[in-house]
Design a protein around this ligand. Structure first.
Ligand code: PLP
Length: 371
């Protein structure tokens, strides 16, 4: 069986270092907001080349805390609108709802699966306060175009970097391409913890200071609460594990890029629509860290069954678009045809930093025989 993602194999590589950090933590006996979190925050801020990084409990909270932070600072108010792609993992949209704001959905382009920047302006109203682009599947959005629109209408731009750790746009690392960014360290992400974790990055010192308090009951100083905050902290043990894994992130991403490159050049079947790639040189592919390698197939069910029968595991990211979910029943009759088409046809092939080249070749051969 060629696994979709071998998480065990990914983490086995750092087994010894994980054990050493765990022993150290047991000896120290300090589990929440200590030296490990501070160290990882500093390292991740340096990695993203951004002034501030705040560790939080997960990626959803990272996005909620950014929006709540802007509310505390007076930039956004309850009931304001936030523009978000209709084609995303639902967490992005839930974050907006949870912060008491209104998500306004914008269709993606079919080739990139990312928010179509040409459709943003027509959705802007006097209530719009922010744009929340998602670097879906590891590919960066056109941030130049989005930042220009935001500047024109005085909007905040918040990146959802949950799937794009380490991707660069014109040599600038994501997490540093807008006003603030939310990251997830869910185990299956390109930089994954051994449990839940997340982070906010921003060059805005005031926002960073506010979020640092908000994640810890609204407090900077024990038992003094200046905001109605929440408990959303990155664990010391997860921060220690993440520091170990961060060292390999660039190498891991370049490995994923090589697999993607191989797929793009060796999958030759007219029934399969490969992901958009105008570049042919691997070094130009910096703006995609291939969190998933998603192809489109009209007869997806048949294709998935065929791959399973041939020992290849695949996953669908995602089977139901957010506007068709029960959670958003108010949108169920709305039509987002491009999103719907993507959700009907998308299927993700195996890709990871520990996938063997022989397996990559088998995947291509099997796909090329699909009829
Ligand atoms: C994973 C993910 C999130 C949420 O991250 P969690 O850590 O699971 O809360 C948000 N947005 C996108 C696009 C994601 O893929």
């Amino acid at each position: 069986m060629i696994e979709f993602l071998n998480i065990k194999g990914i983490n086995k590589r750092d087994n010894k270092e994980f054990m050493r950090e765990f022993e150290k933590l047991l000896d120290a006996g300090w589990f929440i907001l200590g030296e490990n979190v501070k160290k990882f925050e500093k390292e991740f801020a340096e990695f993203c080349n951004v002034k501030n990084c705040i560790g939080v409990a997960n990626g959803l909270d990272a996005l909620i805390l950014i929006l709540e932070g802007y509310k505390e600072l007076g930039n956004i108010n309850n009931g304001d609108e936030v523009i978000v792609p209709s084609n995303t993992y639902i967490a992005t949209i839930l974050a907006i709802s949870k912060a008491g704001l209104i998500p306004v959905l914008v269709e993606p382009t079919i080739s990139t699966f990312l928010i179509d920047e040409n459709l943003i302006e027509e959705k802007i109203t006097s209530k719009t306060k922010a744009i929340l682009p998602v670097h879906l599947y590891g590919r960066l959005c056109n941030m130049d175009a989005i930042n220009i629109i935001a500047k024109k209408y005085n909007l905040k731009v918040i990146e959802d970097c949950a799937q794009s750790h380490g991707a660069k746009f014109n040599s600038i690392m994501c997490g540093n391409l807008a006003d603030a960014a939310g990251f997830s360290f869910y185990p299956g992400k390109n930089l994954g913890a051994l449990g839940d974790g997340g982070a906010v990055t921003t060059n805005d010192d005031k926002l960073a200071e506010t979020i640092t308090a908000l994640r810890n009951y609204g407090s900077h100083k024990k038992y003094e609460n200046i905001y109605k905050g929440i408990n959303s902290r990155l664990d010391e043990i997860q921060a220690a594990f993440l520091s170990i894994k961060l060292k390999n992130l660039n190498l891991d991403n370049s490995f994923r890029r090589k697999i993607a490159h191989y797929y793009i050049h060796n999958i030759k079947n007219n029934l399969i629509v490969l992901p958009y790639s105008k570049q042919t040189n691997i070094e130009d592919l910096d703006s995609n860290v291939w969190h998933v390698f998603a192809v489109r197939v009209e007869e997806r069910e048949k294709f998935q069954k065929y791959l399973t029968e041939n020992g290849i595991q695949t996953v669908i990211h995602y089977p139901i678009p957010p506007h068709k979910q029960k959670a958003y029943s108010e949108w169920n009759n709305d039509s987002y045809p491009i999103s719907e088409k993507i959700h009907e046809q998308i299927i993700s092939l195996p890709i990871s930093q520990v996938m063997k080249q022989a397996d990559v070749e088998v995947v291509c051969k099997v796909i090329n025989c699909f009829k």
